[in-house]
Design a protein. Structure first.
Length: 257
């Protein structure tokens, strides 16, 4: 039986990828601090690149690359998630705030703080307190606009980052989250439990020659508005229209201060 003719020295389709696979394995191992193993794969890549003919890619290399890439992706995801609530963490928030540039609608930031959370822990215990934080995150993440996400800022404070929206949309999102948390049947977790939040919302337009507010400055402004919401009686959303601070929510019937 005759086999099809083959050009001498022409590598199989798989063969040309072996050097690249060794380099990929080396990169992934290096990202995990496994320098010795990474060096071995780089050495193999160099040897193969200088050889006259590259052998066929063993299946074990394909499987190893797939496994390392999967583990690398999982490790990265864990590094940017809060362990308790599974929301994004402060590290991820800081990174995204520095990266986000939107020419269409600007960036809104809503700083959310649980009202009287110390009393929840003192009255019902920290196990219930942890459950409350987890449930609050689930409620905050409902119906966020495209690109929006929730991050744990610290303790019982969370940030809703809302890129590409105008101020009116940001206020609507924040007020809906406040009302959703107020209406949640907290007594199903433990009898007598009640949870509300206060929120400060800031917004900046981008483009058009406007100066971009630094992330830390925008968060400080949100914190100032959050303080106003707390001072107004809590369970409220505070935001600024021009030089005027306005309120919405249960104690926010005055609408302005």
């Amino acid at each position: 039986m005759q086999h099809p003719a083959r050009h001498v020295g022409a590598p199989d389709v798989d063969e040309s990828r072996l050097v690249e696979l060794h380099q990929s394995i080396a990169d992934l191992l290096a990202s995990r601090g496994q320098w010795r193993q990474a060096y071995e794969h780089l050495r193999h890549a160099l040897n193969l690149a200088t050889a006259e003919r590259t052998p066929r890619v063993p299946e074990q290399y394909r499987l190893e690359v797939a496994r390392l890439r999967r583990e690398h992706a999982e490790a990265r995801e864990q590094s940017i998630r809060d362990a308790l609530t599974a929301s994004y963490n402060r590290r991820y928030l800081d990174q995204k705030m520095l990266e986000t540039v939107d020419d269409d609608g600007g960036l809104a930031v809503a700083l959310v703080d649980l009202d009287w959370f110390k009393q929840v822990n003192d009255t019902f215990g920290h196990v219930v307190g942890d459950r409350v934080l987890q449930q609050v995150v689930e409620l905050l993440q409902v119906a966020l606009p495209d690109g929006g996400f929730c991050a744990r800022y610290g303790g019982e404070e969370f940030v809703l980052m809302l890129p590409g929206v105008d101020l009116a949309t940001a206020i609507t999102v924040a007020e809906a989250a406040r009302a959703r948390i107020e209406r949640f049947p907290w007594s199903t977790i433990v009898r007598g439990l009640r949870v509300t939040v206060s929120i400060g919302v800031t917004h900046q337009n981008s483009g058009g020659g406007r100066a971009i507010i630094e992330p830390e400055q925008q968060l400080r402004r949100a914190d100032g508005l959050l303080y106003t919401a707390k001072q107004s009686g809590r369970n409220a959303v505070a935001y600024r229209v021009g030089s005027e601070v306005r309120l919405s929510g249960a104690p926010g019937r005055r609408r302005q201060r």
